[in-house]
Ligand binder design. Structure first.
Ligand code: TRP
Length: 339
């Protein structure tokens, strides 16, 4: 256990997770969970950075995300925790804030991108600074590997810069440089065929959706627009539904391609078949998810155990950090259980 390398990653509790999360990062987490000592953070404080209006559903969304995690096959033995319940993370973020310039924060491409949707004049300090808080999430646990979606890469880069800068300024090698790991489909386009799959655009397929809803969303997908009639040959390379085949049922791709190019299969049946495949894939996940949804006490218990464990580990790191920064104040007895 001790000599395993550590993973830390997580999500904002803004609603249910979907296939975009699955191919971008969840699959990696499931695959690596036995090989690594895994910490999964549900980053509720990040909700305030851009969803100030939605904070009343944080608790139920934390529950949904937990059910998604356990549903996709992350084992309950991993350490799952809620960000706000580990105050050491806020403390560490405060310390790190002294190591990052405003100009550096403003250069972060993901932050820039997100800022566009809020309007530049309404940007709050906590939003601009959230990559610092994310660095604290990662470094409090001295994580080695961070499986994330592609949009998170700038934050990992920022985290690495903070490691270098902390070590240099305070002359202590407390932190290790974390490495990002992005899934094989870094950006999954949603069922609208144009935008990245996301809750806000309602172009997604969630684990929590029913198979009927999934089928409806797939049947509504736009196919090859060059194929005007059923008898016309299709162009799989230009068809978004075919792209989904190649992602979610790669072994079927050759036959789908051939039948499409020879007009043996029509678009409607192609989509119906794809929906069936997807639903088959999701059946096990959905069943496991339902199992946890029906046992909320068990789910909260897993989170409670994990949160205690996370506090302990983060607490150890913070002791080292305060020492390095010369703010331990032993005379004040803080280290004697005052915290
Ligand atoms: N920013 C991530 C998201 O939007 C959530 C997150 C918070 C995170 N802290 C993290 C991810 C630390 C990886 C590591 O989903």
């Amino acid at each position: 256990m001790q000599n395993k390398k550590r993973i830390l990653t997580g999500d904002r509790p803004t609603g249910q997770l979907h296939l975009g999360h699955y191919v971008g990062t969840l699959k990696n987490r499931v695959r690596l969970q036995d090989e690594y000592d895994c910490f999964f953070i549900i980053a509720d404080l990040q909700v305030f950075t851009d969803h100030l209006k939605n904070y009343d559903s944080i608790e139920s969304n934390v529950f949904e995300v937990m059910c998604d995690y356990l549903g996709v096959g992350l084992k309950p033995e991993n350490t799952f925790f809620v960000q706000s319940q580990v105050p050491e993370l806020a403390e560490l973020a405060m310390y790190f804030s002294f190591l990052v310039t405003l100009a550096r924060l403003q250069r972060n491409p993901t932050v820039k991108d997100e800022a566009k949707t809020y309007g530049a004049t309404s940007i709050i300090y906590g939003f601009l600074g959230y990559p610092i808080s994310q660095a604290a999430d990662i470094l409090a646990f001295k994580a080695d590997l961070i499986p994330v979606g592609q949009d998170q890469l700038p934050h990992i880069e920022q985290t690495r810069e903070i490691v270098r800068s902390f070590n240099q300024v305070f002359g202590k090698e407390i932190f290790v440089l974390p490495e990002p790991l992005v899934g094989e489909v870094p950006i999954l386009v949603g069922t609208d065929g144009t935008n990245k799959m996301s809750k806000s655009l309602d172009n997604y397929v969630a684990f929590a959706h029913s198979s009927e809803k999934t089928e409806r969303r797939i049947l509504n997908m736009v196919t090859d627009c060059k194929r005007a009639y059923r008898k016309d040959p299709g162009h799989p390379n230009e068809c978004f539904v075919f792209k989904y085949w190649s992602i979610f049922a790669p072994t079927d791709t050759p036959i789908v391609r051939q039948e499409c190019e020879t007009a043996v299969r029509g678009c409607k049946e192609c989509k119906a078949q794809l929906a069936r495949k997807l639903n088959e894939h999701l059946a096990e996940i959905r069943e496991r998810r339902r199992h946890y949804v029906s046992q909320p006490d068990l789910v909260w218990d897993i989170l409670s155990t994990g949160t205690k464990q996370a506090r302990m580990v983060a607490g150890e790191t913070l002791t080292e950090v305060r020492e390095a920064m010369k703010i331990s104040f032993p005379k004040l007895g803080a280290s004697k259980g005052g915290r």
